[in-house]
Every structure is written in structure tokens, then in C-alpha cells.
Ligand binder design. Structure first.
Ligand SMILES: [Zn+2]
Length: 158
């Protein structure tokens, strides 16, 4: 279970929960190279007062620092939520080879992401096309578990 797609997504979900416990929106991300987690992060946008501190972007930055490279070819990134446009561009810039997504951005309750238009005509797909990225995308990995986290966040805010 550990070294499987679901196993890695579970680690990303655990990150999302860590962030949620600190008052952030529940988003987590993990980067995997050669079957090993090389970076993990959660959104700290609220707790760190930084709108760019999304889980995926933070995981990518950690990876750059530890691997001392800016080319993450061969690495896979796991995202509990569909990457936003900023993170999608960063994923393309970083040259990541694979992306696993749990929940779609339309799964995020509107109250949780007021800045995002719905349904959202520009998505990661368009960004990747724009960059000419050949990244392989797999969606729906443990989606239900992530939707439960979103519901928890909304309940906390109410
Ligand atoms: Zn993002």
C-alpha cells in the first residue's frame, strides 16, 4: 500500500489535514522520485499570510532546495486538489513528469474558494498546453476522502 498511487495520495491527504489543523484550507501535496517521497507540503496560505503558499508550490520549492536542481523531470507530484493556475504553471516550469489529482476544483465548496470563478474555463489543462508540457495526469485518486476534508473545513468555518 505504501508505494502505490493511493499510498502517496494518503500522505498528501495527511499533509492537507496538518494544514487544516493549523487553520489553513485542507490542501496537501507530495513529490515522488524513484518510488520515494522527496518533498511534502500543505497550504500555509492562512497561517503564513501568503497567498502563494499553496501545497504544490511549497512542495516544488522544497524539492528545488533539497535536490539543488530546477528540473524535476522524472518526478511525480500528488495534489489533493486540482492545481490552481499558479501551481499548474509552476508544475510546468519545474518540468514534472506526472500529476495525480484527488478532487477537482469543482469539488471545492464555493465558500472555501471565493476568488475562483466557477466552473472555470481556464484549468491546468490549458496551462500545460500553453507550456507544451507532456505531463501525464491521473484524476480521481481518493477523491471522496478529500471531499470529506473540505466538508470538515466548511463546518469549522461556520
Ligand atoms: Zn495553487
Amino acid at each position: 500500500m505504501k508505494n502505490t498511487t493511493e499510498g502517496f495520495m494518503k500522505i498528501a491527504i495527511a499533509e492537507a489535514r496538518k494544514g487544516l489543523n493549523k487553520g489553513n484550507r485542507p490542501f496537501g501535496s507530495v513529490i515522488v522520485r524513484d518510488g520515494k517521497v522527496v518533498a511534502r507540503a500543505h497550504s500555509t496560505a492562512f497561517s503564513g499570510h501568503d497567498v502563494t503558499a499553496h501545497a504544490e508550490l511549497s512542495a516544488i520549492k522544497k524539492c528545488f532546495r533539497t535536490a539543488k536542481t530546477r528540473d524535476l523531470k522524472g518526478c511525480a507530484i500528488y495534489a489533493t486538489g486540482e492545481p490552481c493556475l499558479m501551481c499548474s504553471a509552476s508544475i510546468a516550469w519545474a518540468n514534472l513528469s506526472e500529476l495525480f489529482i484527488a478532487a477537482d476544483h469543482t469539488d471545492v465548496p464555493a465558500s472555501m474558494q471565493p476568488a475562483r470563478k466557477r466552473p472555470g474555463k481556464v484549468t491546468y489543462k490549458k496551462i500545460f498546453r500553453e507550456f507544451g508540457s507532456k505531463i501525464k495526469v491521473t484524476k480521481g485518486v481518493l477523491r471522496e476522502e478529500v471531499i470529506k476534508l473540505y466538508q470538515e473545513f466548511v463546518k469549522k468555518q461556520a
